[in-house]
Design a protein around this ligand. Sequence first.
Ligand code: WT7
Length: 635
Amino acid sequence: MSNYHIKHLEEYYQVYRKSVRNPESFWEEMAEEHFVWRRRWDNVLTWDFEKPEIKWFEGAKLNITENCLDRHLPTRGEKTAILFEPNDPKEAAQHITYRQLHEKVCRMANVFLEQGIKKGDRVCIYLPMIPELAVSLLACARIGAIHSVVFAGFSSNALATRINDSDCKMVITSDGSYRGGKTIDLKSIVDKALEDCPGVTSVLVVNRINGKVTMKEGRDHWLQPLMDDAYADCVAEVMDAEDPLFILYTSGSTGKPKGMVHTIAGYMVYTAYTFKNVFQYREGDIFWCTADIGWITGHSYIVYGPLANGATTVMFEGVPSHPDYGRFWQVVEKHKITQFYTAPTAIRALAKENLDYVEKYDLSSLKVLGSVGEPINEEAWHWYNNNVGKNMSPIVDTWWQTETGGIMITPIPYVTPTTPTYATLPFIGIQPALMDGEGKEIKGNQVSGRLCIKYPWPSVARTIWGDHQRFKDTYFSAFKDMYFTGDGALRDAVGYYRITGRVDDVIIVSGHNLGTAPIEDSINEHPAVAESAIVGFPHDVKGNALYGFVILKETGEGRDRDNLRREINQQITEHIGPIAKLDKIQFVPGLPKTRSGKIMRRILRKIASNDTSNLGDTSTLLNPEVVQQIMDEVL
Ligand code: WT7
C-alpha cells in the first residue's frame, strides 16, 4: 500500500531503488494492490529488446473499464467523473458522475455491438473535445475493440491514411465542432476521407452543432437515438493483459505515420500510478489537462490515468484565446482546478498578453502546474511560476512520448526540488541512459548524449501496427538492448535530466510532433516543385516553426513566388493539416548534399536560424557553392 503515493524525497529514492533493483516484484505489488483483475498473471514480465518483445502481466485477464468505472460505483457513484466545459462560456458546464459515465459507456458499447463491432476490431474516433469522445474510447475498451483516435484537426487525407493503415471498420464523428469563434464541418471531412476507405461499414454521428450534413443511407447513423434505445448495461469483455487497447499515430522520420500499439494491463498500471504521483492527486481534487484526447497526453491523463484513480477530470472544448486570453484562468477559478497541465506553447502565447487576463481571476485553488510536449524555456517557466502559480505551486516539467504511454522523467511535486528547464529525475521504475556516438553508455554526471531507456516499463508501446520491423528499426536498433527515444539530453551535476530536443528528423511545432518527410513529400507533389527540405527554426510562441527550402522545376521558375507559397501551404493543409504549414518558404537553386546524396540539414538549420557564423565542417559537401547562394537570398 505504502508505495502507491510518494510523499517525500527520501521515500522517492527508496522506492526508486526498490523499483530498479527488482522491477518485477515492484510492479507486481502495484498491480495487485490497486486494480481489479478477472484472473491473475502467470508472469509479471518477459522481455527481449532484440526482437523486440515485451509482455507485462502475461496470462492476466481484466477489463480496463471495470477499473475505470465499475469498481468506483459503490463509493464514488455520485462523484463527478468528467467535468465538461464547453467552448462557449455561456453554455452550461456538464458534471457527468461515475454512474452516468458508466451508463453512457455501456449504452455506446451496446450500439457498437449492434453495428457488428467485435473484440479486436478497429474503430476510428474523429471527434472534438466533447464527452462522447471520452465515452467512445471507453465503449471500445468495454467490448475489446481497439480504438484509434485521430485528432480532429487532421485533414481528410491524413484521416483516410490512418483509417486504412489499421483497417478500421467504423468511424465515430460529429456533425461539426466549435473551436473559438469558428465552427468546423467535421462530417464532410469524414465523408471525403471515406471515399478512399472501402473497409468502413458504419459511421456514427454525434449531433454537436445542429449542422446540416449528408447521411449516407445504410452507413451513417445519428448516435444519440441509438444510444437511447440501447441497454444501459453491458457486460465487460474479459481481455488478456497483452491485448491491444489502442492504436495512436505519431509522425516519424519517413513518410508514413506510425501506429503505436499500447496494450491493456501495463498501460493501465503505469498511467494510473504516474497520475497519482506526478500530480499528487488526492480525493476531491479537480484535475485539468488542456491537451486534446487526440494526442497521447489526453489518452493517458484525461481519460485512463484519472479515471483509474476515481478522479474528476476536466474536458475543455475551447481554446485559450476565446472569448479572450483569460479563458484558461476563468475556468480555473470557476471549477476550482487543483492541478493544471498544459503545453509550453500555450504558456508562451498567453505570456505575450496583458497580465490583467491572469490577475483578474482567483487561482488560489491550484496546487500543481504541469508542462508537457516540448522543452519549456526559462522565460516561460518563470512566467508560469510567478503569475499562475504565484510561486506556490510546483511546476512539473514532464518528459515522455506517445511511445512511452506515460510520464518518464519528471519532478514529483512537493517532493523533488525543481529547476527551470529540467525535467529532473526519472520516475519510479524508469532507467534512463545517455549514449555516445559509438554506442557506449556515458556514465557519471555533467554529461550529455542520446537519451535511451535500459529496461522495460509497463506502458512502453509493444509494436507499430502492421510493421513490427519498423518498430525494431526505429526504437531498438540504434543502441543494443536499449529503447532509443530520438531525443538528446544532458545530466547535470546532481543527476537531473534536461531534454535538449530531437536528434532525428522530427520537429516539434507548438507541441505537435511533425516528421520532415511527410511534409516534404507533400510539397514535392506540387507540379512546380522539384525538391524540398524542411527544417525547424526558433519561434517565440511555437517553440519551433518550419522553414522550407524549395527547388523549383524549370516550368515553375516564371511563376509568382507568393502564389506558389500559398499553394504549397494549401497543399500541406490538405495532405496533413494546418499545423504543418510552413512559416517561411525560400526558393533555392539547390540543396547542400553530401557525396552520398544526403541533404545536410545541419547547415539548413543554421541558415534558417540565422546562425551562420560557424557552419561547421562542410568538407563532405558535394556542392559547397550552393550554401553561399542560399545564404545570399535568405528570408
Ligand atoms: C516528444 C514526444 C508525451 C506528451 C506529448 C508529446 C518532446 C515531450 C517534453 C518535455 C522536452 C519534451 C520530446 C519527445 N517532449 N515532453 N517535458 N521536455 N521535450 O508526445 O508527440 O509523442 O512527442 O516531445 O522531443 O520525444 P509526442
